[in-house]
Design a protein around this ligand. Structure first.
Ligand SMILES: Nc1ncnc2c1ncn2[C@@H]1O[C@H](COP(=O)(O)OP(=O)(O)O)[C@@H](O)[C@H]1O
Ligand SMILES: [Mg+2]
Length: 314
């Protein structure tokens, strides 16, 4: 399915808190019916950006349009068309699963005639039928998260803005949650989801990488890997620790990460023969191992673009 339109766009979106620039001149284009990721560490501006896109927070500068509506001027109308879920979604702990959904359907002004059917539909869709009478406070992490997503989709929003929705759940629930996101996207829902998990970012159709409020890169996971100015060499050495120490002496190598027995070594593309640089270093130090150039994964991209951003900022 080709995206026919842009669901969310932002130009020069900026938010300051006193002297802190939490979101700095961010441009965005999110196609309809796609899953778009925000990847960034704590404090990089993910939540602040999402809150501006929801119309909950005013930008200090710049503008954003969601479903053709200006988030500053048409915030109220917009709220009916978007679903918002945060890591700390405030479910009513003392209400049962069903009561939570009933209450929220009133908040969203779901017509009385369809309310009951919609709640039952969601309970089954989000596999909560067995928990109907259970109080939300006693649910497992995965169940709470399903209830939170059910609540966010109650009014059938065209856009879902999900702020680190999986940070409090186990790996199996995270995987199930992503299956649900893909189903929703297949049905035409546009999903913007923030995360600090690389594996989740890799599942997005496209994503933006945020670092200290700045969008430092964006694109599909594939194009991000293709476009960084960095060669990635993977080293598998008998003694990874010595290999690491020896390679750390090369001034051109700007990052070495150990993953199990493997090292991922990042070298700027302007160095003509990165692989040769690595193998020669290991040979000189008499370290046994094999090295090969590999396609950058999102973690490599993340390290490469954020280090470059740090250097430019310095
Ligand atoms: N209401 C606020 N008042 C002051 N500073 C804030 C406020 N909200 C966020 N910040 C600051 O803005 C920066 C970005 O925060 P946030 O958007 O929450 O990042 P993330 O969601 O990526 O962790 C952080 O330095 C944070 O402390
Ligand atoms: Mg946040």
């Amino acid at each position: 399915m080709l995206p026919s339109t842009i669901a969310i766009s932002a130009h020069g979106l900026t938010r300051k808190f006193g002297s802190l620039v939490a979101v700095n001149n961010v441009d965005l284009e999110v196609p309809t019916g796609r899953i778009y990721g925000f990847l960034g560490p704590n404090g990089s501006g993910k939540s602040t950006t999402i809150r501006m896109l929801c119309g909950l927070l005013l930008p200090s500068a710049g503008s954003a349009t969601v479903l053709g509506k200006d988030t500053r001027k048409e915030a109220e109308a917009l709220k009916q068309q978007i679903g918002y879920m945060t890591q700390r979604f405030s479910l009513f702990e003392d209400l049962t699963v069903k009561e939570n959904l009933q209450f929220i359907s009133e908040v969203y002004a779901v017509p009385r005639a369809t309310r009951k059917t919609r709640v039952l539909e969601l309970l089954s869709e989000f596999r909560l039928s067995d928990q109907i009478k259970q109080r939300a406070g006693t649910l497992s992490g995965g169940q709470r998260q399903r209830l939170a997503l059910a609540a966010a989709t109650l009014h059938k929003p065209k856009i879902l803005l999900l702020d680190e929705p999986t940070s409090a759940v186990d790996p199996q629930s995270r995987r199930d949650f992503w299956e649900t996101l893909f189903e929703l996207a297949d049905q035409g829902t546009t999903i913007l989801v923030s995360t600090h998990y690389m594996d989740e970012a890799a599942r997005c159709h496209s994503l933006a990488i945020l670092d200290r409020g700045v969008k430092v890169a964006d694109g599909t996971p594939r194009s991000l890997g293709e476009n960084i100015d960095t060669t990635v060499i993977e080293v598998q050495a008998e003694d990874p620790n010595s290999a690491r120490q020896s390679l750390a002496k090369e001034p051109e190598i700007f990052s070495i990460t150990q993953l199990g027995i493997k090292l991922r070594v990042l070298i700027p593309k302007r160095i003509p023969d990165a692989l040769q640089l690595v193998t020669a270093n290991l040979q000189r130090a008499s370290i046994k191992g094999v090295a090969a150039e590999v396609f950058p994964d999102l973690e490599d991209v993340f390290v490469a673009v954020t280090q470059l951003h740090t250097k430019q900022a310095a």
